[in-house]
Design a protein around this ligand. Structure first.
Ligand SMILES: NC(=O)c1ccc[n+]([C@@H]2O[C@H](COP(=O)([O-])OP(=O)(O)OC[C@H]3O[C@@H](n4cnc5c(N)ncnc54)[C@H](OP(=O)(O)O)[C@@H]3O)[C@@H](O)[C@H]2O)c1
Length: 326
């Protein structure tokens, strides 16, 4: 029996408390399945929710943690002819922090070979979410204004770069001054500091044009600021809650400004969209990753053995994702 490394948890809790590097059996693909070998995986906020037991869907314990990574097919089960060994694919999402895993060949998501592996590793959740937030919630004519908080998150940086491609204009909120210049270099029209009373400056920043869409992944006061900045009939989409505070809404803005508050969850959207809808979104994402109009920074890469340092780093101020490699 051969063994491989896997980052596992046997209880729900903080990664530092419950995550362990274990040796598990290397799986053999059954009929109709392939085995995928991990090239690189990523740490996302939703991993904390899944490991902590608070996410929208959870795994049975004990579980291998991690949701997002890219790999190559390294073994074929009986009757698999649709894909060959060496094909680059999304790593099975039901436990991405392990060396290999098996999945049905029919469920594979193919990844273009000319997308850099570090970009491919986190191309499956945040960039398509950014694309959907800009394309699937409200119709935005070129030149429309979009505001967002967490402008330096992976979603936020994808929004900035995709908005540029789509001819949209962005105002991005961040918590640290040193993020302003790098986000502007990525194409952000305006970058403002949290707590700077920016809803009052919006008129000046947009030249009086209304804000059509606000993207909220923080909650609390930041979300309220956004609602106040929205123009008549504008929409706020909540897709994350980094502060954990409930989103409170200022009643008068709903009544007198007719603003709309909606939610978005990529997991559900992509399941409902089916292979055609998923193909459209991923095709757009890979098009931008290939031509370089979308490029997201990597803050650091750690091996599985260094996972505790990786999680400590993930919690420090950073600009870019923390990658995990076997
Ligand atoms: N609904 C969906 O389908 C979906 C899909 C993808 C992502 N998301 C959500 O989108 C958000 C961003 O994900 P990501 O992977 O792009 O994030 P990321 O790259 O890991 O970055 C995390 C971001 O959150 C900010 N942040 C953390 N704690 C904060 C706090 N207490 N107050 C204000 N800001 C805080 C960080 O700002 P600092 O650098 O200043 O700490 C940083 O901008 C998360 O909430 C995630 O769950 C949702």
């Amino acid at each position: 029996m051969s063994l491989q490394k896997a980052l596992c948890h046997h209880a729900f809790g903080q990664p530092a408390d419950v995550l362990r590097l274990e040796q598990v059996e290397v799986p053999e693909p059954k009929a109709g399945e392939v085995r995928v070998r991990l090239s690189a995986a990523v740490i996302n906020p939703s991993d904390y929710g899944m490991i902590g037991g608070s996410y929208g869907h959870l795994r049975e314990l004990p579980a291998v943690a991690g949701r997002e990574g890219v790999g190559v097919v390294d073994a074929l089960g009986r009757g698999v002819f649709s894909v060959g060994v060496g094909a680059r694919v999304r790593f099975p999402e039901n436990g991405a922090w392990q060396e290999t895993a098996c999945m049905p060949a029919s469920d594979l998501l193919m990844v273009p070979g000319d997308v850099p592996v570090e970009q491919a590793a986190f191309s499956f959740i945040n960039p398509p979410t950014a694309y959907c937030l800009l394309k699937k919630i409200v119709h935005l004519a070129p030149g429309s204004w979009v505001v967002q908080n967490a402008g330096n998150s992976a979603v936020g940086m994808a929004v900035i770069q995709m908005a540029k491609v789509m001819g949209l204009k962005t105002i991005s909120q961040v918590r640290r001054e040193e993020l302003v210049a790098p986000l502007q270099a990525m194409g952000a029209d305006h970058v403002v500091l949290e707590g700077s009373g920016w809803p009052k400056q919006v008129q000046a920043l947009t030249g009086g044009e209304p804000i059509r869409l606000a993207l909220n992944s923080i909650g609390g006061d930041s979300a309220i600021d956004q609602i106040k900045a929205l123009g008549e009939g504008g929409t706020q989409v909540t897709f994350g809650g980094m502060v954990g505070d409930p989103v409170r809404f200022p009643t008068r803005f709903l009544i007198f400004n007719d603003v709309r508050l909606v939610g978005f969850w990529w997991d559900k959207w992509s399941r409902k969209a089916g292979s055609k809808g998923l193909g459209e979104v991923m095709g757009a994402v890979y098009g931008m990753l290939r031509d370089g109009s979308l490029k997201l920074p990597v803050e650091a890469t750690y091996s599985f053995d260094q996972y505790q340092a990786a999680f400590r780093h993930d919690k420090r101020p950073r600009l870019g994702k923390i990658l995990l490699k076997p």
